[in-house]
Design a protein around this ligand. Structure first.
Ligand code: G3P
Ligand code: CA
Length: 248
């Protein structure tokens, strides 16, 4: 029996890094996305890291939800920025679950796995940096956090406020100066859409000491192929599929 987590390419061994099983919005293939139930299921399925999306609501709390409006994932309507936490808490986020705050998720996770916080909403960088400091002061290892975004200006704001936490750059298009941005931000990892992943990209990233975490991959054949070419972690809606029980 070989688990994906045990499989390491030569490059992995050189970097001394373990392949990460990452639960996308928790385990959204099984549970309503970005809910406490989804994160609990992801942990039960053996993830190393959960991924979640944050926005700021009208009363100032960081809430865990993907879109800027509540329409797609709840029984409500409207922009999160126009709703208070009390209003958001009246909504059903699926199977009776509520929209959680980031603090509620962190308290639930309680250091059992690491947490990838995607800065989805405008203005989330500073409060996320503040919250990470609070949890680090409370005993969390800073490296349990990985802060990522497509939004370069949020990432720059985050880095200005927080010089230490890990940053990941998410992208779904070829960017002219990806590695220039990596240097500017002092990034820890790059997070390409699966369609952009090539052996050359992985090699170049590894040469620069970066980790490559790929999203969103749900089919076992794709998972196997990506692991074979040396990716360092995969985001999946079905994180149990990141465990392999056969040969290559
Ligand atoms: O962080 C990787 C992935 O979550 C980015 O896309 O739309 O699922 O937030 P999305
Ligand atoms: Ca996300």
């Amino acid at each position: 029996m070989l688990a994906y987590g045990q499989f390491q390419t030569e490059t992995h061994r050189q970097l001394g890094n373990k392949f990460l099983k990452i639960g996308h919005r928790g385990a959204m293939g099984y549970e309503p996305e970005n809910t406490l139930g989804s994160f609990q299921t992801a942990i039960k399925l053996g993830v190393d890291m959960i991924e979640l999306d944050v926005h700021l609501c009208k009363s100032g709390e960081l809430v865990v939800i993907h879109n800027e409006k509540v329409d797609r994932t709840t029984n409500g309507k409207g922009f999160i920025a126009d709703m208070t936490l009390a209003e958001l808490k009246k909504l059903d986020a699926g199977r009776g679950q509520l929209i959680p705050t980031l603090e509620e998720v962190l308290d639930e996770v309680n250091r059992r796995v690491s947490v990838n916080i995607e800065l989805k909403g405008i203005g989330t960088a500073m409060p996320v940096a503040g919250l990470i400091d609070k949890y680090v002061s409370g005993g969390w290892d800073r490296n349990l956090f990985l802060v990522s975004s497509f939004n370069v200006s949020e990432l720059k704001d985050f880095r200005e406020k927080d010089g230490k936490s890990r940053i990941g750059i998410i992208f779904d298009k070829k960017s002219g100066d990806l590695f220039g941005l990596v240097d500017k931000l002092g990034a820890y990892s790059i997070h390409p859409n699966t369609k952009l992943v090539t052996p050359d990209l992985i090699e170049e990233a590894h040469k620069k000491g970066l980790r490559v975490f790929v999203w969103t991959v749900n089919f076992p054949d794709d998972i196997r192929r990506l692991i074979k070419i040396g990716v360092d972690g995969i985001f999946s809606d079905f994180p149990d599929r990141l465990v392999w029980s056969g040969g290559f």
